[in-house]
Design a protein around this ligand. Structure first.
Ligand code: PBG
Length: 337
């Protein structure tokens, strides 16, 4: 039964290294720390305002002054960056989403306030038109309702430039139009924003895991029964994700992202192995909601499950993770040290 000569014991006992905490620690291949976390936040107009999000228990939309206080606590927790998602006043929404590049828009004001109060915190902005369009699509639609690629790219360039001008460190196009990374990169270079980084949502799938987010930013009602199948990727595809990532890197992306997270870890591994570029994962709103539902029912242990899923995303090859659990996870990781 055993392959050692005497046949009395196994030649290798993998359990020996698992015997003590110290040897488990010594052979641990993957690490997880606050350095790997990015906190996505929803911003609303007003003063001292906080609103709960029904489908995302524990997550709030906050006004800019509250956002600044949150930003300070992120630095204390050792979290390197936050990702901003503004909630647009319905009256400011239009077919072309032009509020997106208003220099006095909510996103631009939020960026300026955070960078002024907490300059060391990285600020990442979302580049896409869906919070600003009356139809809830990420781009400008033609007469048939089709999201027209090239005029949308022109709008995204204006939006990205307005974010860079407000002081955003990283612009993150999440729209999946063709050619937008190259166009944004060129405009940033010409505009003197040489060091503004681009985090490309390179492989963004047409996922049903985004619905709580659409409630949170208030685009669900605008989108109605619409979908994003003709620009976001088919969950059935892998090779196409590699082509998307290759193009975005060629066009000048500094970082690439795969989204959603846990159901797409095979993509993360292939992307990391193929390109070796800084690779990020968005553990999206539906993944958050699903886990929170189980925690609230007492079916799964919150701390253990959150840390296990984040470690799994790291193990698959992610350098960093956008997660609504970032604050909790950073606090737990701090405690554990
Ligand atoms: C919009 C955008 C979405 C998310 C981030 N940016 C939703 C969508 O594409 O419909 C989803 C994030 C999440 O679900 O947490 N461009």
């Amino acid at each position: 039964m055993f392959n050692f000569q005497s046949g009395e014991f196994p030649s290798t006992r993998l359990r020996r290294m698992r015997y003590s905490d110290f040897s488990r620690r010594l052979m641990r291949e993957t690490s997880l720390s606050a350095d790997n976390l990015i906190y996505p936040m929803f911003v609303i107009e007003g003063q001292s305002r906080r609103q709960t999000v029904d489908s995302m228990p524990g997550i709030e939309r906050v006004s800019v002054d509250e956002l600044v206080r949150e930003a300070e606590s992120l630095v204390e927790l050792g979290i390197p960056a936050l990702a901003l998602f503004p909630v647009t006043d319905p009256a400011a929404k239009s077919n072309d989403g032009k509020e997106a590049w208003n220099p006095e828009g909510l996103a631009q004001r939020a960026v300026r306030a955070v960078k002024k109060a907490v300059p060391e915190l990285g600020v990442i902005t979302d580049v896409a038109l869906d919070p600003y369009t009356s139809h809830g699509q990420d781009g400008i639609t033609d007469a048939s309702g089709y999201v027209a690629n090239d005029i949308t790219v022109e709008a995204l360039v204006k939006q990205a430039l307005s974010h860079a001008e407000a002081g955003a460190d990283v612009v993150a196009p999440s729209d999946m139009m063709d050619g937008r990374i190259g166009a944004i990169r060129e405009a940033l270079e010409l505009g003197g924003h040489v060091n503004t980084r681009i985090l490309a949502y390179a492989a963004k799938y047409a996922s049903n895991f985004y619905s709580p987010f659409r409630d949170a930013v208030g685009s669900a009602a605008n989108l109605g029964k619409g979908n994003k199948y003709n620009y976001q990727m088919d969950p059935a595809n892998t090779n196409e994700a590699l082509r998307e990532v290759a193009l975005d890197l060629q066009e000048g992306a500094d970082m690439v992202m795969i989204k959603p997270g846990l159901p797409y870890l095979d993509i993360v591994r292939r992307v990391k192995d193929t390109f070796g570029a800084p690779t990020f994962v968005y553990q999206v709103s539906g993944e958050y909601a699903m886990q929170m539902a189980a925690f609230r029912n007492g079916w799964l242990d919150e701390r253990a499950i959150v840390l296990e899923t984040l470690m799994s995303i790291r193990r698959a090859g992610a350098d960093g993770i956008l997660t609504y659990f970032a604050k909790k996870a950073a606090a737990w990781l701090k405690e554990a040290r």
